[in-house]
Design a protein around this ligand. Structure first.
Ligand code: MSP
Length: 518
């Protein structure tokens, strides 16, 4: 059976609608899923919605509807938005799904029976935004740093997950697996949390029903529901088919969680320890990206600058938007979404470079070769050799970038290669060569090489811009180029375009965009 690859996005709280921060993570996940599938692996992508907890109960209350009805509506909205922009999913987990609820309760019981959970009295400052008790370090001027609201003093008896006794074990996990959390800045951040244990301690995993009824009931005490993060993290197991799916173990061994930096603590600290308690290995990677700002400002409802993926699709076309965000954000660092920069990026890389390469090549094939991909004639010259080297190099570099989770570098490499093919065509100038005595074979050879390079570009782009890649393959007269396993075991694309394939010129792949208001 083929190798498994399992990738997740965070499951989204249903108290807000999908925005470009959510969409970015999903674009990375979808690209990784496709990338691995193109390499012949069984790729599995899970996303979903996080529907329990106080925050959701509050939001539903404000709208005067029951939490489940509210969750149904917003969860449906997430699902529809992803579908509409063409982001695929293998399992969409809602934390209210019966199989998930069963998993959470079975795990709670198992972990309780094994002595990992203890009841204690607790007093502290609780932030509803974070859905947890805060520590001194979380506060600024008496307010929660992340939510700019004062936490409430609370005292209650709760069940605690005995997490702190495993911090030594977790530290050694970070030593043994230096890229468990990546990029390195977030590994360092997680290690810093572990060093300063005052910010951690054991984890309260229950909420008394008297205060909050909207959650999964603890199987060993019906007066309590489960803390929303304990519930939410388990969605990654539910999504992979835990406990019964025969593919679960293979998927789990390759699990890659994509998250943004604000939810590092639950993923890098709580989750590996929870998994240890369950008797499962930690995920393969927790891969952490930064935050998107919009025109230099934090994206927020109150500023009214929250951008939705559907709006972006309407404005730019989703593939162009997807390209621009994957290219603009260095995975791990914050990025600023400026519409003018986005338009420039799309015009420069997609319209002028890639789109123009495809259109001029196919126009030349049409005009000079009767619309059929020509054959290479004569011995390979230096220019063709250099181009061949570049064609191999771009594949190796793209693969390295994907393995290191640097999609921005992968795309930069691919686009740089398109520039190189453009320069090759400029130098060969087949439109001039045909007019020179004996120049026809040279012109045909140049176009043969250009077509092969475009086929490689289609293969490399297929994970990132699937519709564009399919359109390029179709125009090249080689629709099979992207079917099945596209990259061989050596990591190189196996496909090429056979001479004689009939090309179609078509309309521009990416029309040039006008700068808004310009
Ligand atoms: N429900 C939890 C995740 C549970 S995962 C087991 C949650 N949900 S969320 O809807 O609030 O956020 C989902 C993700 O979107 C988080 O990783 C969050 O950091 C990310 N983003 C929210 N705003 C963002 C930006 N402006 N930019 C990039 N990502 C952002 O947290």
């Amino acid at each position: 059976m083929s190798r498994a690859y399992y990738v997740t996005t965070p499951i989204y709280y249903v108290n807000a609608e999908p925005h470009i921060g959510h969409a970015y993570t999903y674009c990375v996940a979808d690209s990784l899923r496709r990338w691995h599938a193109l390499h012949g692996e069984e790729a599995w992508l899970v996303t979903g919605t996080d529907e329990h907890g106080e925050k959701i109960a509050e939001a539903a209350g404000a709208r005067g509807v029951a939490p489940k009805a509210f969750a149904d509506e917003i969860s449906g909205m997430f699902r529809a938005a992803w579908e509409e922009v063409g982001l695929g999913v293998d399992r969409f987990v809602r934390t209210t799904d019966p199989d998930h609820v069963r998993n959470v309760q079975a795990i709670l019981q198992q972990v309780y029976d094994a002595g990992w959970i203890e009841k204690r009295d607790y007093e502290g400052l609780y932030c509803v935004g974070c859905e947890r008790f805060l520590t001194e370090r979380d506060l600024e001027d008496g307010k929660c740093r992340d939510h700019d609201r004062a936490p409430e003093p609370r005292s209650e008896s709760n069940y605690f997950f005995l997490m702190s006794r495993e911090f030594g074990w977790l530290r050694s996990l970070f030593e043994e697996r230096p890229d468990f959390v990546r990029p390195e800045r977030y590994r360092n951040e997680a290690l810093a949390m572990l060093r300063d244990e005052s910010g951690l301690g054991d984890l309260s995993i229950s909420r008394p029903k008297s205060r909050l009824a909207w959650g999964i009931e603890l199987p060993f005490d019906r007066d309590y529901v489960c803390y929303v993060w304990f519930d939410a993290l388990i969605s990654y197991l539910t999504g992979a088919g835990y406990p019964d799916d025969p593919r679960f173990a293979a998927r789990w061994a390759s699990a890659e969680h994509l998250i943004a930096k604000d939810i590092l603590k639950p993923h890098a600290i709580f989750w590996p320890i929870m998994l240890k308690a369950i008797g499962l290995p930690p995920p393969h990677h927790v891969s952490v990206h930064g935050y998107w700002n919009v025109e230099g400002r934090k994206m927020s409802k109150s500023l009214g600058n929250v951008l939705s993926p559907l709006e972006m699709r309407d404005r730019y076309g989703f593939e162009a938007f997807r390209y621009a965000v994957l290219r603009e954000m260095s995975f791990g660092l914050d990025a600023d979404l400026r519409q003018a920069a986005l338009v420039e990026r799309i015009n420069a890389d997609l319209a002028n470079n890639l789109g123009n390469l495809v259109s001029r090549t196919l126009n030349l094939v049409d005009k000079l070769c009767g619309g059929e991909v020509p054959e290479a004639e004569g011995a390979e010259d230096d220019d063709a050799r250099t181009l061949g080297d570049a064609r191999r190099a771009v594949q190796t570099r793209t693969r390295d970038a994907m393995e290191g989770l640097r999609p921005h570098d992968a795309l930069a490499e691919i686009v740089a290669f398109a520039s190189q093919v453009n320069r090759y065509l400029d130098a060969q100038a087949p439109w001039k060569a045909v007019k020179e005595p004996g120049g026809e074979p040279r012109a045909r050879t140049a176009l043969f090489h250009a077509c092969q390079c475009i086929a490689t570009l289609a293969a490399l782009l297929a994970a990132f811009l699937p519709d564009t890649a399919a359109s390029i393959a179709g125009r090249l007269g080689a629709p099979d180029l992207l079917r099945g396993t596209v990259f061989g075991a050596d990591g190189f694309a196996v496909a090429s375009v056979p001479p004689g394939a009939r090309v179609t010129k078509g309309t521009p792949l990416f029309p040039r965009l006008e700068v808004a208001g310009g």
